[in-house]
Design a protein around this ligand. Structure first.
Ligand SMILES: C[S@@+](CC[C@H](N)C(=O)[O-])C[C@H]1O[C@@H](n2cnc3c(N)ncnc32)[C@H](O)[C@@H]1O
Ligand SMILES: Nc1nc2[nH]cc(C(=O)O)c2c(=O)[nH]1
Ligand code: SF4
Ligand SMILES: [Mg+2]
Length: 225
């Protein structure tokens, strides 16, 4: 009986609810432009007003780690990006990340910054959002994550408008987060104008990378790209 129970529990953690697995160019972060396989996990406890992946809040299908890995490998790309939804909301993602690293793949994780990042395999590049007031989820930021960051992680501010920009700028002036890891400023698609954001960053001499979501420029705002 005890054997059956522990067997059932371990098979639970070896399955994840997945919304989509697809091959595209990395559209964000310092890996922008690299051919990458994306694994998008279903479900998120946050509700950012701008979320472009709300279709991943529900649905999806349960997949074993073996099946996920087989599909990832079928694309033959060296880069994998695990995202969501909020990937850290499913505990089994930790084992998936480790297995992907063990295969020699270069793995990044997109996460909201609202859940603890400390148990993620250290080989993974953790891309951690700092949610701004404009997201509607600023109170979810888990500031305890910041001291865990290393130079191969990245911090990302997704900016809805000028007042989000000023909030992020003032935070960086008080706490030089760029000393921990690269910092990315990304405009919310069709809300914050990229040229204006570029101008603000240049005027204020901010030590951050401005990035525009490459995949949306190439293919529009839709799933699977
Ligand atoms: C869809 S989220 C999934 C991972 C995780 N839940 C998070 O928020 O980081 C992936 C990235 O897309 C960003 N994002 C979502 N909607 C966006 C939009 N409309 N414009 C720009 N970036 C957006 C998020 O802020 C996050 O950095
Ligand atoms: N091409 C492409 N690059 C991405 N980088 C991060 C993404 C995400 O949704 O987390 C994403 C995405 O959805 N598509
Ligand atoms: S945390 Fe990420 S997936 Fe969740 S609502 Fe915000 S942007 Fe969307
Ligand atoms: Mg996306």
């Amino acid at each position: 009986m005890a054997f059956t129970l522990s067997h059932d529990l371990s098979s639970q953690t070896e399955r994840l609810r997945i919304s989509e697995i697809f091959h595209s160019l990395q559209g964000e972060t310092s890996r922008i432009g690299l051919p990458t396989v994306f694994v998008r996990l279903t479900g998120c406890p946050l509700r950012c007003g701008y979320c472009d992946s709300a279709y991943a809040f529900h649905g999806g299908r349960m997949m074993s780690l073996d099946a996920i890995i087989e599909q990832v490998q079928s694309f033959g790309a060296p880069y994998v990006c695990v995202t969501g939804g909020e990937p850290l909301a499913q505990r089994g993602v930790l084992a998936l990340l480790t297995r992907l690293c063990d295969l020699g793949l270069s793995v990044s994780l997109e996460t909201s910054g609202a859940l603890p990042i400390g148990e993620v395999d250290p080989r993974v590049s953790r891309i951690v959002d700092i949610k701004t007031p404009g997201s509607g989820e600023v109170e979810r930021n888990l500031w305890e994550n910041l001291p865990l960051l290393t130079p191969h992680d990245e911090l990302k501010f997704v900016l809805v408008h000028r007042s989000d920009y000023e909030w992020a700028r003032d935070l960086l002036r008080e706490y030089p987060l760029e000393a921990l890891c690269p910092v990315v400023f990304s405009p919310v698609w069709e809300s914050c104008r990229p040229a204006e954001l570029a101008q603000w960053v240049l005027e204020d001499r901010l030590p951050v990378r401005v990035q525009v979501q490459l995949h949306k420029i190439l293919w529009g705002d839709r799933p699977g790209v």
